[in-house]
Design a protein around this ligand. Structure first.
Ligand SMILES: *Cc1c(COP(=O)(O)O)cnc(C)c1O
Length: 453
């Protein structure tokens, strides 16, 4: 039965001419029967569907390539893994094994990094919400605190005095990099002098030790010039600190924001055809930093908090067709068992969705819906697919960044996450949730326990 040719039901379709573009027509009957060398069917049989699949090999490859690109252009480079991009323990641990520090943006993420064995001194603590207990822990463990606003600065001065310990700090700087809308809600502004005002306050506070400058200019940045401008402004600030206070910084942190090859909604060409390469971003940043008026052997370390670009293509979501149907206007529609509750980034990206089995040559425009009983649950407005039927599988690519942290229990619980290890063994790295798990934190008042219907 397996090898029997699939029956292609005849369909009458209105033909449009002239829709082929200057690049010809894209192959739309591609199939993808394996993920990182393991058959899709085998993965689903063992671990169910939907299923997130992460490649250990790909993560290591991505991080090593990024290290190589930056370290061949600048002598001192340190990556810090952006926890919020994907904080599964297995994922973070690979990055730490590859030498990356932890970049966290909340007390909870801070604790998560510590529980994985990352020392305080290897944690960069960012974000607008650092409560006093978290600051107290970060100061006493010597982590690098990137101050977001004056109220936080005052808290740190107070806690450092209380603990009689020097707080290791940097400030986050926001600036005009020619990208609009401007990201000016995080950190201290460069153009209006607020950044220098904050630096002055820090330089005159005996309980604080200024070790760096930080900026994170945006995410999925498509402009190399924006990074050049940002690095230039950081160099200017560092030069000012040297002139004004004879102060030398340990590091300059250019944040994250490099794009992955996932294609944005509304973007006509596939991402890899229009995005700058990592080499171009690295050239822009390092060329600028090398102009710093520092003695050559005292150049600051370049910190990078790259998230999306290192993990997006290392994970895939396998999903199963629940049903095929026709919409009232005759369009073909397909319901699959993975919805926007698992793929938060659906609202920005046109993810690549590929059938996991051969469906023949006949293709048709298809709308793909998730399993949620909600109108917003659209996985693809219109995508060209071959003949599909209930039980077939699809593989959704570029799901490594921000999906496994922003996913939610809404109508459906979160499924298994497996990792394909370098030796092709498969590890379950997060177990599917159960009703019991979901109810763990719920409390049912005594008087509501009984009812008669
Ligand atoms: C989210 C975030 C990052 C990672 O950004 P990507 O766009 O995923 O590279 C880095 N630094 C800070 C401060 C962040 O908030």
């Amino acid at each position: 039965m397996e090898n029997k040719k699939r029956y292609e039901r005849p369909v009458v379709l209105k033909q449009f001419s002239g829709f082929m573009n200057k690049f010809g027509s894209r192959p739309t009957t591609a199939t993808r029967t394996e993920v990182d060398g393991i058959p899709v069917n085998e993965l689903v049989e063992k671990y169910g569907s939907p299923l997130f699949v992460i490649s250990e090999r790909k993560i290591r490859e991505n991080q090593r390539r990024a290290n190589r690109i930056f370290k061949t252009r600048y002598p001192k480079v340190q990556f810090a893994w952006s926890y919020k991009t994907n904080y599964l323990n297995a994922v973070c641990s690979i990055f730490h094994q590859e030498g990356s520090w932890a970049e966290v943006v909340s007390g909870f993420e801070y604790d998560k990094a510590r529980s994985l064995g990352v020392k305080g001194e290897h944690i960069i603590f960012n974000g607008p919400d650092k409560d006093k207990p978290a600051l107290r822990r970060a100061i006493s463990e010597g982590s690098k605190i990137h101050i977001d606003h004056f109220d936080e600065l005052y808290d740190i001065i107070e806690i450092a005095a209380e603990l009689d310990k020097k707080a290791i700090v940097a400030i986050r700087v926001n600036m005009d990099t020619g990208i609009y809308p401007k990201w000016d809600r995080f950190g201290f502004n460069y153009e209006n002098g607020e950044a220098k005002q904050a630096l002055r306050r820090i330089m005159t506070s005996p309980g604080l030790k200024l070790t760096g400058l930080h900026t994170h200019i945006g995410t999925y940045m498509m402009s190399v010039d924006a990074y050049k401008l940002a690095a230039d402004k950081m160099v200017e600030l560092a030069g000012w600190l040297k002139k004004e206070y004879d102060h030398i910084l340990d590091y300059i942190d250019l944040g994250g924001g490099f794009p992955s090859n996932n294609t944005l909604n509304g973007q006509y060409l596939p991402a890899e055809q229009i995005l700058p390469t990592l080499e171009q971003f690295a050239d822009a940043i390092t060329t600028s930093l090398l102009e710093l008026p520092y003695p050559k052997d005292e150049l600051p370390v370049l910190f990078l908090e790259t998230g999306r670009a290192l993990i997006d293509d290392a994970a895939h979501l396998i999903s199963t067709v629940l049903a095929m149907k026709r919409l009232s206007d005759g369009r073909r529609a397909m319901i699959i068992d993975a919805g926007v509750n698992l793929l938060f980034t659906k609202f920005w990206y046109k993810h690549q969705i590929t059938p996991a089995q051969d469906g023949g040559m006949m293709t048709e425009e298809t709308a793909i819906y998730g399993p949620l009983c909600m109108n917003i649950d659209v996985m693809a407005e219109s995508i060209t697919l071959p003949v599909m039927k209930k039980g077939d599988k699809v593989v959704i690519d570029y799901v490594g960044a921000y999906d496994m942290t922003q996913w939610m229990q809404f109508i459906q619980m979160r499924p298994n996450v497996v990792m394909i290890m370098e030796d092709k063994s498969i590890e379950l790295v997060r177990e599917a949730e159960s009703l019991e798990y979901l109810a763990t934190n719920e409390k049912l008042p005594e008087k509501l326990r009984n009812f008669k219907i």
